[in-house]
Design a protein around this ligand. Sequence first.
Ligand code: GAP
Length: 574
Amino acid sequence: MVFIVKKKINGKDYYYLRQSIRKKGKVVSKCLAYLGKTRNEAERKAKEIIGNMKKNQTLLSKNLNSNKIDSENKKDNNRTNDKTSKPKELNFKQVKISVEDIASFCKRKGFVYQSAEIYGGFSGFWDFGNLGVELKNNIKKEWWRYHVFSRQDIQGIDGSIITHPKVWKASGHVDNFSDVFVVCKKCKKPGKVDKSEIGKVKCPHCNGEYDFENAKEFMLMFKTTVGEDETAYLRPETAQLIFINFKSVFENCRGKLPFGIAQVGKAFRNEIAPRDFLFRSREFEQMEIEYFIAPKQKCPYEIPDEEILVYSAEMQEKNQKPVKMKFKDALDKGIFKKDWHAYWLAIEFLWFKNLGVNPDNFRIRQHKKDELAHYSSDCWDLEYKFPFGWKELEGIADRSNYDLSQHEKFSKKDLRIFDEKTKQKILPEVICEPSLGVERTFLVFLFDSYSKNEKGDVVLRLHPKIAPIKAAVFPIVKKPEFEELAEKVFKELKKEWNVVYDKAGSIGRRYARNDEIGTPFCITIDGDSIKNNDVTIRERDSTKQIRVKISELKEILRKLINQEISFEKAGKKI
Ligand code: GAP
């Protein structure tokens, strides 16, 4: 039996979902979920959870009866192109969760807090907790590994956040990087519109007229003062630091075109209306590449054989639906103007796919002419199906030589480089600028991995490479010989990974606690471990267990995290 209970804590009401079951003649009751602070919210969430439990139950009994993998799980098994055999995942269900609920999950579990909450919060600013910082760091590390370490044509830099104000004059941000702030005459809600929309659009909330007469232009860059009175700006994109350092980096690396420079770092935008949790913030991080080529240079790389929903500007203008096709075919059909866009979009999509996301939640959309930024002649976004709609996750713009020529003009410096092939000095073009927000990526991994098992417990099925905690170590019972050995194993693993030690509660409870925050492996020291110097490893996604020697544990764990070995082949099956 499942029911809602209200608890009063410090004078405030909190609602929970509890379940009572009869076990060996006794009624055992356990808390299934926190439901919020109001009766209405609690009833809505309870309905959703009970619905999911029922669906999971049906799914489970179907699986048990037919012993077949249902279509849902077929989809799950196709989620990665990893060659290692994945265990059957019969009992999981990806759960659709609202942005409000993911925000509350993140707060409860220590991923993300509203910044300065004790002072009432600060809109558009977020603080990352002990799990959030690990997930964020792992995302950045994996991005760097894929884009910089594993390629020969890309090098990294780390530029300053506040730089010479002329950089932003030259880039066009001082003159163009603004929104127009308006208030609806009818519902009085504030809104932002693009300059091109003045006089043309209505309030999206009530369809009322905007008060365009009193519209105010709103500069999106944050101003600050350097020294006594010099005005400077916090960078609104990391890209400009790449342009102003391009020539030095290229020459120091003895670069050859095509050549990319990568950077990961903070960017700041004074957004009029920050919203959707981390999605639109005022302080965020970008992972950007400026990819330089000689004018008209063709793409020498093979385009990955992947397919995705494609939504060109023409399809949008003709009110057509996006079409699923291979990147290569879209190029052959002339949907991409240049081979480079097909290549970079496929490479970026593949990064997400290799980290285990559901490819069906991705599509690429070309900017219509009136959407293009002032520096861009063509731009495609990699979009994700967020709970609040298809939204930009990553922009990939063709910036031509706009930025380098602007900086030449404003600095009066020659930014051309010597091209070995043509034996001439040339000003390279940025053919593609893959620009991805860390926070949006963070959201994608959370939404995509948020699942429930057949008991209705949350399991965050993050790829082991990005999971905040790689393993949890448990002594099976609280006895000195078990605890001593468990602590020894824990300390050894801790030298290399973020690992936790947990001896509180039943083993089942400890598994559930770790499943909920995405820990891929749980290591237990049991009675046999004391005799044989070995441990059990339990895999989050299959809940299967293997036994391995402690002397081999580190090497096996490394292979499991990197998915270089299948779980079942990593040790002796239990
Ligand atoms: N250098 C190009 C550039 O900055 P952009 O489309 O303005 O292009 C690139 O931003 C990416 O940065 C976006 O696709 C998004 O992932 C992230 N981003 C932009 N504004 C953001 C905001 N206010 N909050 C969170 N992420 C943001």
